[in-house]
Ligand binder design. Sequence first.
Ligand code: ZN
Ligand code: ZN
Length: 367
Amino acid sequence: MTVALPTMDVAARIPRLRTAFEAVGVDALLVTRLPNIQYLTGFTGSAGMLLVEPDAAILVTDGRYAQQSREQLGSHRLDARIEIAATAAEQREVLRTANAGRARLGLEAHGVTWAQQRSFAEWLPTLDLVPTESCVEALRAVKEPGEVARIRAACAIADDALGSVLPKLHDGPTEREFAGALEWAMRERGAVRPSFETIVAAGPNGAKPHARPSDRKIGPGELVVIDFGCVVDGYCSDMTRTVSVGDPGADARRVWDVVAASQRAGRDAVRAGVGCATVDRASRAVIEDAGWGDTFAHGTGHGVGLEIHEAPRVSATADATLETGHVVTVEPGVYLPGVGGVRIEDTVVVTPDGAEALTEFPKSLVI
Ligand code: ZN
Ligand code: ZN
């Protein structure tokens, strides 16, 4: 499945970030969270720092990424300087020189460890280091059309891969075998990798929301929770379906019906201008009314993009409001210890009057 992906205007993102500097009270921002560096520059290396100044930007990385950084920044015609600095001492010099005469430098509070903060304070003693929160993440939450296209492509691969491997459940594979087949099917269709460790949890294992696939064989009539996704050009997909080979019995059917209704209610509540907590409430109310509210012990959803979990969170305590272009999941679940679990999840893009599902695989319990 090769889908032509539209180009993205990556070079427009750093200028957008600069418009936030005044509000957060910084003269420049040192971006150290790698997904944020990827968003702002297209650079996908495993080490680097990006100094965003009012009128310049410097990517500091090491020799392993000399060629890759030139290629990736060049492909987006990014107006940024690349400094290759192998050692901490060299990096220190680059940052010290670039920040000479500056008063306030923002650091990413959610990306800087205590040890790093101490060393930055040592390296840059004359600077006021300002902790900032979610400067880049707030930009990332609202997806551009090119980003939605990539998430859509990842969702389409996941849909198609699930369709291709689902019949194998009739052969009674182990959870690990089935997870492996699903991941391989996504790679065959053009995925770079799974977007997280695939969850395949059958029977009692399904009662653990984040179970690891085991060597247990999947039997007929068992609820099987399959939560998985893949990455296309940096962007993630996320979907859960719960199925059974043959009839799982009336009790299991009832749980599945309630979760399916809860998921529909959550999806129906999604619209630009609606609070994330309102979506959570709509979804959760259905499960609470059925008497299983205490087993739904996680949020209803989360943003999806360069990271599998990103802003905005969709939970009871979330204070964010949905905006057009947010991409979020709706994934309620019921988990009954010793029995099993049901979770159903779609990734949707928020529109002015609702939600468009990007994961389209049919929802049906019995296969
Ligand atoms: Zn998921
Ligand atoms: Zn999810």
